[in-house]
Design a protein around this ligand. Structure first.
Ligand SMILES: [Mg+2]
Length: 376
């Protein structure tokens, strides 16, 4: 097995099949999981392993998932408790795209979100400042989401479009920040990796050349990072593809290679990730110094862990991982099983705010900008 295949396996990249999805019942609450945890003794697991005559018995992977969910409770089951903590606070919503708002599909160009999901995100964005932070190019993710009331950050947060905010003294002193900003009409474009664009285009051309003969491989230009998708590549070709990609990245010391869900990504080695993007957006939207702001981030991939870490370091907020398999090393506190649970959660979130805000104005709820109302 190649290092690449080993890493792939270690990351638990296998997707749950429809049948295993049916086997794991949606969690209805933390209490239920705690109760279930009493059944997770080695004896009961062994007994389950041997009881093949009873098709209704959970399979071991379900048991492992249920055990993991005790530590990372379902955001649906924990909803009331979460919203109790959010009362009188301002929630700002951050959403990953692939595997969160859309299912993971073989063809990355066809990772469409459903109309129901779009309507749910639109509804959430009516009540909360909402941003989509994706590894895709900003234009691509905007094309998929098709909503005008959300903010977009592409290339893992290296390409952010936001409304302008008043220039502060620290901006003038921060050359990196100032040079990365660009005014586009009434919006501000923040691109901290802008200086790498010529090299990124060179890398893309080289990758297209070397992958041309690898059946199923596909190069995607995400503007500030390049993806090599291998979901449709034969497993025996993984090692060969990995070597080819490494040979290109090796020529560019300012770039590095990361592994996502059946995708290799080549990115500039700058200190900027989805966590920084979350902080930048909070700051730009006028929430940086608000102690009563609760960032809520939903994502399914390793790159989302940077955002989970930032929320943890802030000491308040809701980091939620989307996963149908246990992710032991996640920094998320809550979980959702799959995009269909994300949909249910978003609808519930919007409904909750609608109900609790009936006596308040929407302007107070949004509270974007420097003149934040005090009571929300
Ligand atoms: Mg994702």
């Amino acid at each position: 097995m190649t290092n690449f295949a080993r890493l792939n396996q270690a990351m638990g990249l296998q997707r749950s099949s429809a049948s295993s999805k049916q086997k794991v019942q949606p969690m209805t609450g933390v209490v239920k999981n705690d109760e279930n945890s009493g059944d997770l003794s080695l004896a009961s697991i062994t007994s389950d392993l041997h009881d093949i005559s009873n098709p209704n018995k959970p399979i071991p992977s379900d048991l492992a998932y249920n055990s993991w969910v005790v530590e990372h409770p379902s955001a649906l089951g924990s909803f009331d408790r979460m919203m109790k903590a959010a009362k009188w606070k301002r929630i700002v919503v951050f959403l990953d795209y692939d595997g969160t708002l859309s299912p993971i599909v073989d063809d990355p160009d066809r990772a469409f979100m459903s109309d129901e999901m779009r309507a749910a995100v639109r509804e959430v964005a009516k009540y909360f400042p909402t941003a989509v932070i994706s590894g895709r190019s900003r234009d691509k993710v905007k094309e998929f989401v098709q909503l005008s009331n959300v903010y977009y950050a592409g290339s893992h947060g290296m390409d952010i479009m936001v409304p302008p905010r008043p220039l502060r003294p620290c901006d003038a002193n921060n050359h990196t920040t100032a040079s990365a900003m660009d005014i586009k009409g009434s919006d501000v474009l923040f691109q901290p990796a802008k200086r790498f664009l010529p090299a990124i285009q060179e890398i893309r051309t080289l990758l297209e050349e070397i992958t041309r003969k690898v059946e199923g491989a596909r190069v995607e230009d995400n503007r500030f990072c390049i993806s090599v998708h291998f979901r449709k590549v034969r497993e025996e070709d993984y090692g060969m593809l990995e070597e080819k990609v490494k040979s290109v990245v090796g020529k560019y010391p300012e770039f590095h290679l990361t592994l996502g869900k059946k995708v290799l990504e080549i990115r500039p080695s700058i200190e900027w990730n989805k966590g920084h993007a979350l902080e930048y957006l909070l700051d730009t939207l006028g929430f940086s110094n608000s102690s009563d702001v609760l960032p809520l981030y939903i994502g399914d991939d390793r790159t989302d862990e940077d955002a989970f870490k930032v929320i943890r370091s802030r000491g308040q907020g809701f980091p939620i991982i989307v996963s149908s398999t246990p992710k032991e090393d996640t920094k998320a506190c809550y979980s959702l099983h799959d995009p269909s649970e994300v949909l249910t959660f978003l609808l519930r979130l919007a409904r909750w705010r609608k109900a609790s805000s009936s006596s308040r104005s929407l302007a107070q709820i949004w509270c974007v900008g420097s003149n934040l109302p005090r009571s929300v």
